[in-house]
Write a protein that binds this ligand. Structure first.
Ligand code: FES
Length: 166
């Protein structure tokens, strides 16, 4: 037996086909946009060149600024952070200034009673020069540290990781 397609059915199929094609044309780009960050290369792990010459770094910790692009989904912003940087023999150390108690910013030698330690003013947290938290003060762990390197004589700073000195 033969099945004939009526004019009305033909029109319905045609409209459904054209409608589906147009919907796909709109939805596919939207879907691609929605998952775009998954296809974007991350810059995590890149080394950032600072304005500090390696030869100028001494045994006294100094704050060194570094700027990087931060991607949050589609939003890209420029963020400036800093590290406490000093020399220990031939090694360059870059410590995170973020207190491991509640995240305040620590500073070097600002507590007159502890001139050779990092001090957190929020709850009187103390850290040794290598980032070790001083027992009896609020912080429960050592300061994190950054990867460091050199580019044309200048200090480069990379990913943050757990303190390897303590
Ligand atoms: S946040 Fe640093 S001691 Fe509490």
């Amino acid at each position: 037996m033969s099945q004939k397609v009526t004019r009305r059915q033909f029109m319905n199929y045609s409209l459904m086909g054209v409608g589906s094609f147009m919907a796909a044309g709109m939805i596919l780009p939207m879907g691609r946009f929605a998952i775009d960050p998954l296809f974007t290369e991350s810059s995590a792990g890149d080394m950032i060149t600072t304005s500090v010459k390696i030869d100028d770094i001494t045994e006294e910790p100094v704050s060194v600024d570094f700027t990087f692009e931060q991607k949050d989904g589609w939003y890209v912003s420029e963020v400036t952070d800093f590290a406490w940087v000093y020399r220990e023999g031939n090694e360059i150390i870059a410590l995170s200034p973020v207190c491991k108690h509640l995240g305040c910013t620590v500073s070097w030698a600002t507590d007159s009673a502890n001139p050779d330690r990092f001090f957190c003013p929020c709850h009187n947290g103390l850290y040794e020069k290598n980032g070790a938290n001083v027992p009896g003060t609020p912080p429960r762990g050592p300061l994190d540290m950054f990867e460091v390197g050199e580019s044309d004589g200048y200090l480069t700073i990379g990913a943050i990781h757990e303190n390897e000195l303590v």
